[in-house]
Design a protein. Structure first.
Length: 206
């Protein structure tokens, strides 16, 4: 008998959470976050799972834009973006979600979503990103005055079945738009120029 997606997830949830051993801790915590924080239990098909996953990660975390010099922004907490593939600490991120103190940037959110989708039985999710030049005002740390400045910025997101799923508050969770429309309608504005072509972002999950 073919099991529904919800039945498969319920079985995985029970076996790993209730019957697993101490070596299963990262898996256990990922499932706890997925069911308790991201509320994926009601997903009846792969598209609903992706919507719940992207929306859940977005709504249960604090998002920081770590790619520009504006004040009050944070750098990466769980990923090393200087390496390729990029090492990403899934276990530390999931622990933060379970403790309700997750602080992430876009590349971390997208990597977590790609990994979590695979664990929950929904393969074929990839992470992509695009860069651009952005112009805005930045406060001079010496004079305290606002100054016009241009810098390179960017954003990472997930693709599933040719549609974008954006697991950070910038996109508000699922978009279900194709990639070209997403970039044109969600990312481009009057302060941004010189957009690069979208490219694949690869991870080493830890």
């Amino acid at each position: 008998m073919e099991l529904s997606l919800e039945e498969k997830m319920d079985i995985s949830y029970y076996v790993l959470l209730n019957e697993g051993n101490s070596q299963d801790k990262p898996w256990k915590n990922l499932l706890k976050a997925a069911f308790d924080k991201w509320e994926i239990g009601g997903a009846e098909n792969n598209n609903e799972l992706m919507d719940k996953l992207s929306g859940g990660i977005s709504q249960s975390s604090t998002y920081h834009d770590g790619w520009n010099p504006k004040e009050n922004k944070r750098t990466s907490l769980y990923i090393d973006q200087q390496q390729s593939p990029m090492p990403l600490s899934i276990s530390k991120m999931v622990d933060a979600f379970c403790n309700s103190n997750a602080e992430i940037i876009c590349i971390e959110a997208a990597g977590l979503m790609e990994y979590a989708a695979g664990v929950l039985g929904n393969g074929g999710v990839i992470t992509k990103g695009v860069n651009w030049k952005e112009t805005g005002q930045v406060r001079n740390p010496v004079t305290g005055q606002l100054e016009d400045k241009t810098w390179w910025d960017g954003h990472a997101y997930c693709i599933f079945e040719s549609h974008v799923h954006d697991p950070v508050p910038r996109g508000g969770g699922p978009t279900n738009m194709n990639e070209n429309n997403y970039i044109d309608q969600k990312l481009k504005d009057g302060k941004r120029s010189d957009f690069t072509d979208p490219d694949l972002r690869s991870f080493e999950f830890k």
